[in-house]
Design a protein around this ligand. Structure first.
Ligand SMILES: [Fe+2]
Length: 217
C-alpha cells in the first residue's frame, strides 16, 4: 500500500510532516489507545471549531456500522479509523486549521495530505494498522470524485464509506469559522441529496435509519 505523501516528496511542507511523524511515533509505540485519544484531544484543542468532532463522529459511525451488521473486527477498524481519521492534521498546524478566509491551492493541498500523514503515523503499529485504509480513504467519494486517489464504489472500504457520512454530518452540524451550523433537517437533506454521488446509498439508508433515534448534536 502506498502511503507516501502523494507526489509531494521534497515538497513545500515535507519537512514539517517528517518532524511530526518523528515526534508522535514514539508516543504511539509506547502507549495504548487512551494515549491515542489524548493525541486526538491535542489535535482538537488546537482548533475550537473541531473540538469533540472525532468523538461524536466515532459514535455516529459505530451506530451506522451496527445497523449495517458489521462484524466485531470491522467495528474495531471503524472505531479506530473514526477516532483517528484527522490525526494527520497535527502536521497542518492551528494557523491554517483556523483560517477564516479562502484557502490557496497550496493550503488545500497541505490539508489534503492529512490522510497520508495519519496513515504514515499508524502504519508501523500492528494494533492500529486496521485503521490505515479507513483513514486513507475517508475523503474518497462513491462516484470517484474524492481524494486522494479518486477511488469509487466498493473500491473504497466499507468502513471508510461509513466514516465519510458520519464525518460530513458532524462537520455540517457544527459551527465553522466560515459558516454557521446546519440544523439537523438541513444536514440530513444535504446527505440525502448526495446519496449515490458522494456517499454509498446503502450507508445513507442505514444512516437515515439510525437518525430515527437520538444522535449526538
Ligand atoms: Fe479528514
Amino acid at each position: 500500500m502506498d502511503i507516501s505523501c502523494g507526489g509531494r516528496k521534497g515538497g513545500l511542507y515535507r519537512p514539517k510532516v517528517e518532524e511530526v511523524l518523528l515526534q508522535i511515533r514514539p508516543l504511539i509505540e509506547r502507549f495504548n489507545g487512551s494515549a491515542l485519544s489524548s493525541l486526538v484531544y491535542v489535535l482538537e484543542a488546537t482548533s475550537p471549531w473541531t473540538f469533540g468532532h472525532s468523538d461524536r463522529t466515532t459514535r455516529l459511525a459505530l451506530q451506522i456500522g451496527r445497523a449495517m451488521e458489521l462484524s466485531p473486527g470491522e467495528l474495531w477498524g471503524l472505531k479506530m479509523g473514526a477516532l483517528l481519521h484527522d490525526i494527520g492534521k497535527l502536521a497542518v498546524g492551528p494557523k491554517l486549521l483556523n483560517k477564516t478566509g479562502p484557502l490557496t491551492e497550496a493550503e488545500r493541498e497541505l490539508i489534503r495530505e492529512h490522510v497520508y500523514v495519519g496513515a504514515q503515523l499508524l502504519e508501523p503499529f500492528a494494533p492500529y494498522r486496521v485503521a490505515v485504509p479507513v483513514i486513507l480513504q475517508h475523503h474518497e467519494r462513491f462516484d470517484g470524485s474524492g481524494y486522494p486517489r479518486g477511488l469509487a464504489g466498493p473500491s473504497i472500504c466499507l468502513e471508510a464509506r461509513i466514516l465519510a457520512v458520519a464525518d460530513v454530518y458532524d462537520a455540517l452540524t457544527a459551527e465553522r469559522p466560515y459558516r454557521g451550523a446546519f440544523d439537523r433537517h438541513r444536514a440530513l437533506q444535504f446527505i440525502k441529496e448526495r446519496s449515490g454521488s458522494w456517499f454509498d446509498p446503502e450507508v445513507v439508508e442505514a444512516f437515515l435509519e439510525v437518525c430515527q433515534g437520538p444522535i449526538s448534536p
